[in-house]
Design a protein around this ligand. Structure first.
Ligand code: NDP
Length: 266
């Protein structure tokens, strides 16, 4: 992604976007993409150093961005930071609920603490941040929210019960938010990424599991953060003005693919 920002042009010109988990990986790429299209940015992340690095890149390119150290599972921290961010930038037009965690655990070994941490960080955060930001958006009867789910919401993968449940919950939450908030001028959609090249996927994939995934993906490779950022930017933009309550799967064809017939020798 280029760091060239033109705040005077683009689909998000004059808009403010809040991105959770914007300090690295997919969230950072989304931040740079929205800034390149003219958005002012607010980034919430536990990883303040990463969030500040994202902001520095945006500012160096002529944009406007502010980082906040916020745990998106904390109602009080989120409420206070959303209030300050909205006051600073005169509202919030776009929210990307991206912060997330996950690690592989066999179902029989998942502890209550694992379950609560993963559900809390991935799903409850979308409720908390989504509710606080929607309360700001309704004052202008305008807003677009994109929740980051996963293909694990749509297909079963072993050792991912808590993660899959959190992402399935995000898809269900997205539909209800879209239904209830549309009359108030707010559209809510989700993206379900397949494996994307980030620190999270590097942690979860061994060379063997990576190869297995690549073989199952019709396009034959993992996605790049910029490819996902482009899909999120579309759903957050006026180009998606009549799209509401949908889930855009960005996975190189993985979920829609079936069983590949083995090559017959000769
Ligand atoms: P990364 O781990 O690279 O980045 C996630 C960011 O979120 C980090 O900066 C992390 O901070 C921050 N974060 C974690 N917990 C909290 C919290 N409680 N409050 C605030 N910030 C927090 O993840 P990815 O970029 O890979 O993934 C982004 C999203 O995309 C996630 O929701 C993930 O589930 C989803 N996704 C990713 C896929 C992939 O292949 N990468 C595939 C499908 C979905 P810190 O560094 O301190 O942990």
């Amino acid at each position: 992604m280029t760091d060239t920002v033109n705040p005077m042009a683009g689909r998000f010109s004059g808009q403010t976007a809040l991105i959770t988990g914007g300090g690295r990986g997919i969230g950072q790429e989304v931040a740079l993409r929205l800034a390149a299209e003219g958005a002012r940015l607010t980034i919430f992340d536990m990883n303040l150093e990463g969030a500040e690095e994202t902001c520095a890149r945006v500012k160096n390119a002529g944009g406007d961005a502010r980082a906040w150290k916020v745990d998106v599972t904390s109602r009080d921290a989120v409420a206070s930071a959303v209030k300050s961010a909205a006051a600073q930038f005169g509202g919030i037009d776009v929210l990307v609920n991206n912060a997330g965690i996950g690690w592989r655990i066999p179902f029989l070994d998942i502890t209550d603490a694992d379950w609560s941490k993963i559900i809390g960080t991935n799903l409850t955060s979308c409720f908390i941040v989504g509710q606080e930001v929607a309360r700001v958006m309704v004052t202008k009867k305008h807003g677009r929210i994109v929740n980051v789910a996963s293909i694990n919401a749509h297909i079963g993968t072993d050792h991912q019960a808590a993660y899959a449940a959190s992402k399935g919950g995000i898809v269900a939450l997205t539909r209800v938010m879209a239904f209830e908030l549309a009359p108030l001028g707010i559209c809510v959609n989700a993206v379900s990424p397949g494996p994307i090249e980030t620190a999270l996927s590097a942690m979860n994939l061994t060379p063997v599991t990576r190869r297995a995934r690549e073989e199952r993906i019709p396009q034959g490779r993992l996605g790049k953060p910029g490819e996902l950022a482009a899909a999120i930017a579309f759903l957050a933009s006026p180009d998606a003005s009549y799209i509401n309550g949908t889930v855009l799967v960005v996975d190189g064809g993985l979920v829609s693919g079936g069983i590949r017939e083995p090559k017959v020798p000769g």
